[in-house]
Ligand binder design. Structure first.
Ligand code: SF4
Ligand code: SF4
Length: 271
């Protein structure tokens, strides 16, 4: 009987995620909050979304202009839930990652996104891409005072659906064997030195990856000192395994992506 089952399994189609079919919109996730469409009037003196945001991810620059820092957004849904005019929605947009921190900050004028030009790759990005585009990379994970949710999703990225290893991306026990450090959490004072040491022992070219909203901005907590500006920012509390792997593919130069352009395209589609 066992042999028959093994034979059946052998011929079953693969369940591994197909990168060509991955969408930035996930129907079961809240994703980032976005305007429902353009507003017919300004928000006036209302401040409800700003006051309800636990991480100060929303700034009201004027009655017309709201600025969202999606690198600080926990995707908690409070702003859309409490907006008295129902002007915000949970978009389901989950591809919140970039090589540049500024790209994750988006301004809206009366609900219309003001598209920014994405930052250009700097020399470290290019060197890391050259090293890893064909072969993948090894990383050491540093849990820098997070809540372990990012680690759960990183673990899940190795399962048979996401299959990190098919991209040549593996987790190693020692930073001495790694090409990159992937860290989670806001980096408490006690974790500043271990994170710095782990990054320092890697031979260049190397990359520092901030994984999860707390690592990108501190989230609910003040952010500690980082060894350097990260080379990749992956927001989400925690980010999904497919989002983490797609961001890694972007860092390796296998997937061309601009958060600003992808979000703009999604908003233009009116979905
Ligand atoms: S953290 Fe919550 S309240 Fe703040 S912008 Fe994100 S979804 Fe809205
Ligand atoms: S989006 Fe809603 S909650 Fe935020 S300022 Fe405008 S009306 Fe107020």
């Amino acid at each position: 009987m066992r042999q028959i089952l093994e034979l059946i399994n052998f011929f079953r189609p693969s369940q591994v995620m197909d990168w060509k079919k991955v969408s930035p919109i996930h129907p079961k996730n809240r994703g980032i909050p976005t305007p429902k469409g353009t507003f017919e009037s300004s928000c006036g003196s209302c401040q409800v979304c700003v006051d309800h945001c636990p991480t100060a991810a929303i700034q009201k620059v004027s009655n017309e202009r709201l600025v969202f820092d999606y690198g600080a957004c926990l995707q908690c849904g409070s702003c859309s839930l409490f907006c008295p005019e129902e002007r915000l929605k949970d978009s389901g947009f989950v591809h919140v990652f970039s090589k540049h921190r500024d790209d994750l900050i988006v301004a809206y004028e009366n609900g219309k996104m003001l598209l920014k030009v994405s930052g250009e790759d700097h020399s470290n990005h290019l060197e890391f891409t050259k090293l890893t585009e064909r072969s993948g990379f090894l990383y050491r994970e540093v849990a820098a005072a997070g809540n372990n949710t990012v680690e759960c999703e990183l673990n899940a990225s190795f399962n048979s659906v996401f299959d990190s290893e098919r991209e040549g991306v593996r987790c190693v026990a020692s930073p001495k064997h790694a090409d990159a450090i992937v860290f989670s959490g806001p980096v408490s004072q006690a974790m500043e030195q271990p994170l710095e040491t782990a990054f320092a022992v890697i031979a260049p070219p190397k990359a520092l990856v901030a994984c999860g909203t707390e690592a990108v901005s501190g989230g609910l907590f003040p952010q500690g000192k980082l060894p350097k500006e990260p080379d990749l920012f992956i927001a989400g509390d925690p980010p999904r395994p497919d989002v983490i792997l797609l961001a890694f593919r972007h860092l390796m130069g296998r997937f061309s992506f601009s958060f600003q352009e992808a979000l703009h395209k999604f908003l233009q589609s009116g979905k």
